[in-house]
Write a protein that binds this ligand. Structure first.
Ligand code: DP6
Length: 330
């Protein structure tokens, strides 16, 4: 690069949260943050993070401000370090992020957050990365963030290269090609007790099912890829629910156990099964938190929304369609 990175260089970006239909849990390499398994997700238009990155002179460290409060910037600095490295720059940055949904409660705020950071930081630095490069950059902040660079359906490849350059996500299908509805049943607003990074590290060393999880992931991914290619909603839903429960079997058999569910989480799972028994194709998936995301066809969304809203302990139900790629706001 001929120009130096100027103090005051700034850019804003928006990235949407995503939920995995085939989940990532476990790492190949903790430093590169490469996942031990691939994953497939959908991006949600209703949940997003807006992030501004400003490189400043005179800062001793990067600063991360999330919804107006200062947070530990260690993971953000991993992403910013790579951007600084490509510009041969040393300036620290202020990262100002806002989520339009509860943070750290299993709604994938790290996914949207680090995807928005990757787009804003490269934008502020005057770089023009490809979508794949952005995905790799976002992965250094959070594995699931690699998928939030893309709208619609995305697949993350675990990869095996020593430099992590084959560990990135790509789009399987734009959201407009297959409109689906996602109802997010929010059952708690607090941050989760054990974050995903710590939780998956504990699972890898203590769950007797971890090796089975690794061994069966390629089949789940191939089946999900085929179900999406065939626009087979029932198959997508069944596989998503199965893979979610397999993940939670791993979590429950971690020592100490990772129990992310509360009573309302379980009640929503039963409500979804009751909906299916009454003829509505609805399927749940749950990440490392107590919220339940329910997949259905747009024509069934209002009935599913009404059913979930009456479940005891459900605080709020948010409806979402599939979201777009991450993008610059300025
Ligand atoms: C259960 O992407 O938050 O949501 O890479 O350590 O930041 P780190 O983990 P993170 O883990 C996501 C776990 C999950 C499943 C998924 O999104 O695939």
């Amino acid at each position: 690069m001929s120009q130096t990175l100027e103090a005051g260089a700034t850019a804003r970006a928006r990235a949407h949260s995503n939920i995995a239909l085939v989940k990532y849990w476990g790492k190949n390499d903790a430093v590169l943050n490469t996942p031990a398994v691939g994953s497939i997700s959908i991006t949600l238009d209703a949940l997003y993070t807006d992030t501004r990155v400003t490189f400043r002179a005179g800062l001793a460290t990067d600063e991360l401000w999330l919804n107006g409060c200062r947070h530990d910037a260690t993971k953000a600095s991993r992403v910013l370090d790579l951007v600084r490295y490509s510009r041969g720059a040393t300036l620290c940055a202020i990262v100002e992020s806002t989520n339009n949904f509860p943070t750290g409660a299993g709604l994938a705020s790290s996914a949207s957050g680090f995807a928005a950071l990757a787009v804003a930081a490269t934008g502020a630095a005057g770089l023009t990365p490809t979508a794949r490069e952005l995905s790799i950059l976002a992965r250094h902040g959070s594995g699931s963030a690699a998928r939030s660079i893309f709208g619609g359906f995305a697949e993350m490849h675990a990869g095996s290269a020593a430099d992590g350059l084959d560990s990135y996500a790509e789009q399987l299908l734009p959201g407009a090609d297959w409109p689906l509805a996602i109802l997010v049943a929010i059952t708690a607003h607090g941050a989760k007790p054990i974050n995903s990074t710590v939780g998956m590290g504990a699972t890898a060393v203590s769950s007797p099912f971890y090796l089975a999880w690794l061994a069966t992931a390629p089949t789940d991914l191939a089946d999900m890829r085929a179900a999406i290619a065939a626009f087979d909603f029932v198959r997508v839903g069944e596989l998503a629910e199965y893979n979610c429960l397999k993940l939670h079997a791993l979590m429950l058999t971690t020592r100490p156990a990772l129990i992310y569910w509360n009573a309302a989480t379980v009640a929503v799972m039963h409500a979804v099964r009751d909906l299916r028994a009454s003829g509505i194709a609805a399927y749940f998936t749950i990440d490392a938190g107590p919220q339940v995301k329910v997949l259905c066809l747009p024509t069934d969304a209002s009935r599913v929304h009404a059913a979930l809203s009456t479940v005891g302990g459900v605080l709020e139900v948010r409806q979402s369609a599939l979201g777009p790629d991450a993008y610059r706001l300025d």
